[in-house]
Design a protein around this ligand. Structure first.
Ligand code: TRP
Length: 425
């Protein structure tokens, strides 16, 4: 049995933070090392253009994300790790799919609807204010990302489930219209997604500006951890570990025993400053190995580029032949191509001619059953030719007296009879 193909993309707009690590990067790195899976991971830099028009930021985020994933042990020999924009087949497939995708489907996309709702709430006259075609049709690009590599399981957050459904829909439509080229993808959603608290206690998120970057310097890490909000309990006063971002972050990285020991210190009244120091030391130690590798990669962007280029080559081993099939099947072909592909092939399998032929064969078989005694009569007659002519005449006469429906049937009979008796007539 072939391996399950897992595929996911990471939009390159931000700097990876602890929340990204725990929620998406760590599980993906684990999957990349699993030899029972066929994993595809890519930097979705075309997607970045949808929300970010700051070229320096897109470029820098792409470097940072690539270096982060590799520093954390992404197995790029086992998995295919590439940059979306290195695969020219993706935008090309996007166009083909765009031509199949109904506008109505895109009208229902969450991201677009949210933008429209925002405009409505702000009483804007133009509900599409600020909506680019990129934002509007972005689920089609995402469908192309997935279908280009026949991704089967797509690990995504809940907010992306709709896009996977849309990719299925679009794939089905292509398969039906042209040729069965695409696997229908399925979303793989973690039912209990990890949300981790940021510096201010709200969910750690770029948009709240409350994140701890995964690979900031030790000094920066200490500074940020010192900013974590705490309550006003004095040193010596027992503290609630389950309402503390410090404890939460610690326990997400530590082993169970380490977390239990830290929890006990909260009950014993550890000072907030000391708790922060412990968290800092734990994280700094945990991250120091990968951080060193990260810095090495960030200081050797040529090698990083090389790794991505190799990944792209591997990925194009899949995308180039599949896109060729897509082109052929929709009719984008060399002028002298005689390929009858996809849709035509499909139709050919059940072309009108073939269906007619099949029906004809069946009809003939059942009519023969009726005609058999007549044919025998002719064959056994002394003058077969005279008998045949007489029979045909008799039938032709009868035809004149018949009504439409029965007439058709008799006509069919007669035609067949004439064919069968052709040698005598
Ligand atoms: N849109 C996804 C996100 O914002 C990223 C992404 C782009 C993606 N292409 C993809 C995820 C294909 C899975 C498959 O999270």
């Amino acid at each position: 049995m072939s391996k399950t193909r897992v595929l996911t993309g990471i939009t390159t707009t931000g700097t990876p933070h602890l929340g990204n690590y725990l929620g998406a990067i760590r599980p993906a790195v684990q999957a990349s090392r699993d030899h029972s899976l066929s994993s595809f991971f890519f930097l979705a830099d075309f997607h970045a253009l949808i929300k970010c028009h700051d070229p320096a930021r897109v470029a820098q985020s792409t470097r940072e994300i690539a270096a982060t994933w590799l520093a954390l042990g992404m197995d790029y020999n086992n998995a295919v790790f590439y940059r979306q924009s290195d695969i020219p087949e993706i935008p090309e497939l996007t166009w083909v799919l765009t031509c199949l995708c109904s506008k109505g489907l895109m009208n229902r996309a969450h991201a677009y609807k949210a933008a429209v709702d925002e405009n409505r709430n702000a009483n804007k006259a133009d509900l599409d204010d600020g909506v680019t075609m990129g934002l509007f049709s972005y689920p089609v690009l995402m469908a192309a990302d997935i279908l280009m590599f026949n991704g089967q399981k797509i690990p995504v957050g809940k907010d992306q489930i709709q896009h996977i459904e849309m990719a299925r829909d679009i794939a089905g439509r292509f398969n039906h219209t042209f040729a069965d080229l695409f696997t229908l993808p399925e979303a793989m959603v973690d039912e209990n997604p990890l949300t981790i608290s940021g510096l201010d206690g709200r969910k750690m998120s770029k948009s709240y500006d409350n994140t701890i970057p995964l690979f900031c310097s030790s000094d920066e890490l200490r500074k940020l951890i010192n900013q974590i909000h705490t309550d006003l309990r004095e040193p010596g006063e027992p503290k609630d570990p389950d309402n503390s971002t410090i404890f939460e972050l610690y326990s997400l990285f530590a082993t169970d025993e380490e977390a239990d020991a830290f929890r006990a210190k909260f009950f014993e009244g550890i000072a907030w400053g000391d708790a922060k120091t412990e968290l800092f030391e734990y994280l700094d130690n945990y991250l120091s190995g990968p951080r060193a590798r990260y810095n090495e990669l960030m200081n050797d962007l040529g090698s990083l580029e090389q790794i991505l280029k190799q990944g792209a080559e591997k990925a194009r081993g899949y995308s180039v032949p599949l896109l060729q099939q897509v082109r052929e099947s929709v009719g984008i072909r060399a002028l002298d191509s005689t390929a009858a592909f996809g849709g035509e092939k499909k139709k050919k399998e059940k072309s009108a001619e073939q269906i007619a032929e099949e029906v004809e064969r069946k009809k003939r078989a059942s009519l023969m059953y009726i005609l058999k005694p007549m044919l025998e009569r002719v064959e056994n007659a002394e003058d077969s030719a005279a008998e045949a002519k007489a029979l045909i005449e008799e039938k032709e006469q009868k035809l004149l007296t018949l009504k439409k429906k029965t007439k058709q049937k008799a006509e069919n009979e007669l035609t067949l009879l004439k064919e069968e008796l052709a040698q005598y007539l």
